[in-house]
Design a binder for this molecule. Structure first.
Ligand code: NAD
Length: 360
């Protein structure tokens, strides 16, 4: 039996990860989450109550609580998902990003390392601290090339800078203390339970409600999309088989401009909720979802292109994404269509889908 700490487990990727992990035998899962606007108990409704899962509301920057949790639960693996994750919010107010992503990760590292030092040699050797990070730390690409694990860090948003700083601490803890850390840098995720401030769920909900589909700048910013379940599998393979001190890039091999992505999403929406049957569109005399697209001011510092070279994790651990973009988008659209109550509940009092992140 192994005990796994999942920080940020009530957020988008963390909650998907917990569900994914439940299919693996002999695991106890301890979710640690502060429950910010982006974390919701509803994301855990299918897993809470199971004897193998427990939830603790706590801040990863709270050292004394972490010390108590490490002593009480004695984890074998820590996966750190806890973060402020929305670039636009980091433009409006960087402070919480530094507090959680950088300082919080540092405090979690310290608590984990002090706990690790109390372990037997055998348990020490098996312990892993996996830090879940982003490809945004690498900055922006031109028309050619891919981010590899050797690409120098060049973060351009406060979000990316706060994650980059954390990644450096995670690396330093391996080199300085021999503490068994691993970092993953992943491309854009999509799937169920993503808070509707992010591009894909925002576009789905706006389209269904006949609201504008805001496309930043010229819409030609390129992202590499990965279905969240594929990310979860990759993370677990890295946690189980990855080499301490290493970093691994995870990506979808699915490069699309934002405009191409929105067009594809519109096609998928048309399959499941045809525009001609959509009452909000009908009431406004709008015939097609594509007529909702509007170009809006670009995001300050908007990186032009991200694309991941995931050949290391494939060669060393055998991971590759299983979902095509179309399959993943179909699953995602169907999920949002059948979870309108979830959308209302997580948005209530948190976010009215207004534009964020315009320097003012
Ligand atoms: P999310 O915003 O949906 O969830 C973050 C979770 O962390 C929330 O449940 C929130 O309550 C919790 N949290 C925030 N501050 C905390 C704190 N101080 N202590 C404890 N919990 C706290 O984010 P996500 O999209 O699920 O991303 C998870 C991780 O994956 C992040 O570290 C992010 O940087 C990384 N990542 C995300 C993507 C993506 O496309 N979403 C891609 C690559 C990497």
């Amino acid at each position: 039996m192994q005990t796994i700490f999942v920080t940020g487990g009530a957020g988008f990727i963390g909650s998907n990860f917990v569900t994914w992990l439940l299919a693996r035998p002999n695991l106890k899962i301890v979710i640690i989450d502060k429950l910010t606007y982006a974390g919701h108990m509803l994301n855990l409704q299918d897993v809470l109550g199971l004897p193998s899962v427990s939830f603790i509301q706590a801040d990863i920057a709270d050292r004394s609580t972490l010390d108590r949790l490490f002593t009480e639960h004695s984890p074998d693996v820590v996966l750190n998902f806890a973060a402020e994750s929305h670039v636009d919010r980091s433009i409006d107010n960087p402070a919480p990003f530094i507090e959680t992503n950088t300082v919080g990760t540092f405090v979690l590292l310290e608590a984990a390392r002090h706990f690790w030092m109390t372990l037997t040699t055998e348990k020490k050797a098996r312990f892993r601290f996996l830090h879940v990070s982003t490809d945004e730390v690498y900055g922006t690409l031109g028309a050619e090339g891919l981010f590899s694990e050797e690409t120098p860090y060049a973060p351009n948003s406060p979000y990316a800078a706060s994650k980059a700083a954390a990644d450096h601490f995670v690396r330093a803890y391996f080199h300085t203390y021999g503490f068994p850390t691993i970092t993953t840098n992943c491309s854009n995720n999509y799937g169920p339970y993503q808070f509707p401030e992010k591009l894909i769920p925002l576009m789905i909900l706006n389209a269904l409600e006949g609201k504008a589909l805001p496309i930043y700048g010229d819409g030609r910013h390129v992202r590499d999309w990965l279905f969240v379940e594929d990310h979860c599998e990759g993370l677990w393979m890295v946690a189980c088989q990855g080499k301490p001190g290493e970093k691994y890039n995870l990506g979808g091999n699915n490069e699309l401009s934002n405009l191409e992505l929105v067009n594809l999403l519109i096609d998928v929406l048309e399959e499941f909720e045809p525009a001609h049957e959509n009452q909000p569109l009908h009431r406004q005399g709008i015939a097609a979802y594509k007529d909702l697209k509007v170009f809006v001011d670009d995001r300050p510092g908007h990186d032009r292109r991200y694309a991941i070279d995931a050949s290391k994790v494939k060669a060393e651990l055998g991971w590759a994404p299983k979902f095509t973009l179309l399959t993943g988008l179909r699953k995602t659209v169907q999920w949002y269509l059948s979870h309108r109550n979830w959308c209302e509940a997580v948005l209530a009092e948190n976010y009215g889908r207004e534009r964020l992140g315009l320097k003012n």
